[in-house]
Design a protein around this ligand. Structure first.
Ligand SMILES: [Zn+2]
Length: 358
């Protein structure tokens, strides 16, 4: 099985983030076989918009990892959690984060409300030295040195070798050595050559990092606005020429397939309105349409049909109906037929009759 990484955003730092010069949506990792697991790392601003562009149904996401409590790494996370839990209706998925993200640390965080944490099956705060089991994949938590002192980096033990994501950090030999053995090294290189700033890597320290780790491929991400202006491709080329290690500058919606070989491509994008299969239908019609369409294969139902809106409500309103509204509407239709505390979703999975109140 090929491991796939989709870079939802390759920007970082406050100026790139606030202007969205590049998106800052983190990465999706698809790993494992039967079933394939979906992990979202650092869903910062732009994650949701990019997932729409590639028609990624975030109801597939099973785990979310947030490295630290800076907005370019977490700010889309509450909506990603709502997607992972099918709008808050199905208790599922796991959230992993630094202590600052989960509990708050000094003046940083917490980044997720008790409501959002209550929607998922498991919540875990990590520290350097921890070893996680994320949907069957071992993840080593590594030390970092950043302005959020609880920030960490990650070694993902995929079935195609170790992929490391070094979240924001300064360079030290000790920090770099943790990633020796990585096949792919994803580095946050915030600034270009001769432009070192505190708590981050620039091209020069990225080169030192690469020399120690010796990966098969290095990917520059978390590109700050000066780096973007200067030209990340030339900076990556500088790293490649100095170290002899294949180095690429990440681009938004770049896809890395990791099999026997490493392959880079671009994700297929779409425009126009899109309605994932489990998005809300017109109130009061859900059960009826489920019965009528009960024999269709998974995902087939109403695939090309937008949610119908009641009088005075637009389709966009219908699609953005809150869980509480859905609960009230769901009860109206639900009590006509089935009764009980659970009902079935379109694809036959058990749904809660209501998510916890906000
Ligand atoms: Zn940071």
């Amino acid at each position: 099985m090929t491991v796939r990484i989709t870079f939802l955003g390759t920007g970082g730092g406050r100026h790139t983030t606030m202007y969205q010069t590049r998106c800052t949506g983190g990465m999706l990792i698809e790993h494992g076989t039967n079933p394939v697991h979906h992990l979202h790392i650092d869903p910062g601003p732009g994650a949701l918009v990019q997932m729409n562009h590639i028609r990624y149904d975030l109801g597939k996401t099973e785990s979310v990892i947030i490295s630290h409590a800076h907005p370019d790494h977490y700010s889309d996370a509450p909506s990603v959690i709502e997607g992972m839990t099918r709008g808050g209706w199905k208790k599922r998925g796991h959230v992993y984060g630094s202590p600052s993200v989960i509990n708050g640390d000094g003046d940083l965080g917490p980044c997720l409300s008790p409501y959002h944490l209550s929607l998922v099956e498991g919540v875990q705060a990590f520290r350097p030295g921890d070893v996680l089991d994320v949907d069957g994949m071992q993840v080593d938590i590594c030390k970092a040195q950043h302005s959020d002192p609880t920030n960490v980096g990650f070694r993902f033990h995929t079935e195609q070798g170790i992929v490391s994501y070094v979240s924001d950090t300064e360079y030290t030999e000790e920090i770099a050595k943790q990633y020796i053995g990585s096949r792919v090294l994803i580095l946050p290189v915030t600034t270009p050559h001769a432009n070192q700033i505190k708590f981050h890597l620039c091209t020069d320290t990225a080169i030192e990092f690469c020399k120690i780790v010796q990966p098969e491929l290095c990917v520059f991400i978390h590109l700050g606005i000066v780096m973007i202006r200067q030209g990340p491709a030339a900076q990556a080329q500088m790293c490649q020429q100095t170290t002899g290690i294949r180095t690429v500058a990440g681009e938004d919606l770049m896809v890395l397939d990791i099999g026997e070989r490493l392959q880079l491509s671009r994700a297929r994008t779409h425009t126009g309105e899109w309605y994932p299969r489990w998005s809300p239908q017109m109130p009061g019609k859900t059960n009826g349409s489920q019965r009528r369409n009960g024999n269709r294969p998974r995902g087939e139902r109403n695939r090309h049909q937008p949610p119908r809106a009641p009088m005075g409500e637009t389709a966009a309103d219908a699609a953005s109906t809150s869980p509480d509204q859905l609960h009230r509407r769901g009860r109206r239709s639900h009590h006509r037929g089935r009764g009980g505390r659970e009902q079935k979703s379109n694809d036959g999975e058990a749904l809660l009759t209501a998510p916890p109140a906000r």
